[in-house]
Design a protein around this ligand. Structure first.
Ligand SMILES: [Zn+2]
Length: 136
């Protein structure tokens, strides 16, 4: 599984090889949310657009230019919904188009939501994924 996108005329390919890992909050690991699930979600998504975000930490390639004490990354986020901390669906997929958080919540199919942040180094293309519990 891989996911490709183009930003500033440069192609980025997200695969298992250049992924630094999926990072969860300590007590909030989501079971069933694999890298494959995340890459397929991005692939299925229609309006996936990465944009610039700035962070204090430099990438391990150490080639980013420092801008106001931070470094530029390309970032995109979406949401996943869970039940008993197990992955149920994401907001990019076909399945979500005909429903909403509130509908699924009142049906008892989901009980929590998480934001999935995909952060890519614009220079070397290495990326990491951070998953945090969030309020809807
Ligand atoms: Zn890098």
């Amino acid at each position: 599984m891989d996911y490709k996108f183009i930003y500033d005329e440069k192609e980025y390919i997200l695969t298992e090889e250049n992924c630094e890992g999926i990072f969860f909050d300590e007590e909030n690991e989501v079971t069933g949310l694999s890298l494959d699930t995340i890459l397929s979600a991005l692939k299925e998504g229609i309006d996936v657009n990465f944009s610039n975000e700035y962070y204090a930490g430099i990438c391990s390639c150490e080639t980013q230019e420092q801008i106001n004490k931070s470094y530029r990354y390309l970032e995109y986020h979406f949401y996943v919904y869970t039940k008993n901390k197990e992955y149920v669906l994401n907001t990019l997929g076909e399945e979500y188009k005909s429903t909403s958080f509130n509908t699924l919540f009142s049906l008892g199919k989901i009980d929590d939501s998480y934001i999935v942040n995909v952060t890519v180094c614009p220079n070397c293309g290495t990326y990491s994924i951070e998953v945090d519990q969030c309020e809807v």
